[in-house]
Design a binder for this molecule. Structure first.
Ligand SMILES: Nc1ncnc2c1ncn2[C@@H]1O[C@H](COP(=O)(O)OP(=O)(O)OP(=O)(O)O)[C@@H](O)[C@H]1O
Length: 221
């Protein structure tokens, strides 16, 4: 499903070339659950953003379902992203001015969908995450754990087959963190959703099937 071959990304400043990713070779199959670990600055978020097609790369190849991502126009990339990928961020990235309901609904507004269908899907998400009673609240009125549940509900609402999560439990206490990891485990086992998470926590990394260690822009293992 995801295949990176000799992929590199760099920045140039004052004649110096700094690698953000160097010679990355990585295969991730449908239904996999992968944890990306490594010290701060080792390139974890960059790798996740490249996989999520939010960032470009400079060399090598990225095949997504056999399609060469490097050869795609921006619009085609956006549409691949929209159809397949749900992103979960450490800082939630919810829209402050929108209610819980509206935040979850946002990705569906970019799809050709009738309003009644949209309502049914959002209602189902609210139900699934036990947030029905909170649907008219704004993000600032929720705890961090609840905000992250909204972030996950928003990532799932368009029915992606891949979840990319950048330190999804980074701002949460350990009980809230476990809840998020349990949700990922269920999504992976029961719905076959592919999960790729960046984490600093050994405990959370162990929820995955395998761990990829980054060090200085390279994969170590
Ligand atoms: N656009 C950019 N221009 C220059 N340097 C960048 C750019 N983006 C990232 N970097 C640098 O690349 C390195 C890798 O960044 P990245 O955010 O991927 O690390 P990380 O492993 O996710 O770190 P953390 O655990 O602290 O989030 C860092 O040293 C960062 O400063």
């Amino acid at each position: 499903m995801i295949e990176l071959a000799n992929l590199s990304k760099w920045v140039k400043a004052g004649g110096n070339q700094t690698f953000l990713l160097k010679d990355i070779n990585l295969k991730i199959d449908k239904g996999d659950f992968v944890s990306i670990m490594g010290p701060s600055g080792s390139g974890k978020s960059t790798l996740l953003n490249v996989i999520g097609m939010l960032d470009d790369y400079d060399e090598g190849q990225y095949l997504f379902d056999g399609e060469d991502v490097g050869g795609l126009k921006e619009k085609a990339k956006q549409s691949l992203h929209k159809d397949h990928i749900g992103f979960v961020f450490q800082a939630y990235h919810l829209i402050d001015e929108l209610t819980v309901y509206e935040n979850i609904e946002t990705p569906l507004l970019y799809q050709n969908m009738k309003s009644a269908e949209r309502k049914a899907i959002v209602a189902d998400m609210l139900d699934r995450f036990q947030m029905v009673g909170k649907k008219d609240l704004f993000p600032a009125q929720l705890s961090g754990g609840q905000q992250q549940l909204v972030g996950i509900a928003r990532a799932l609402v368009a029915n992606p087959d891949i979840i990319l999560a950048d330190e999804p439990t980074g701002n949460l206490n350990s009980k809230q963190g476990e809840e998020i990891m349990d949700i990922f485990t269920r999504l992976n086992k029961e719905d076959g959703v592919t999960i790729i998470q960046v984490t600093h926590s050994e405990k959370n990394a162990a929820y995955g099937h395998r761990i990829i260690n980054l060090l200085d822009a390279r994969i170590e293992n």
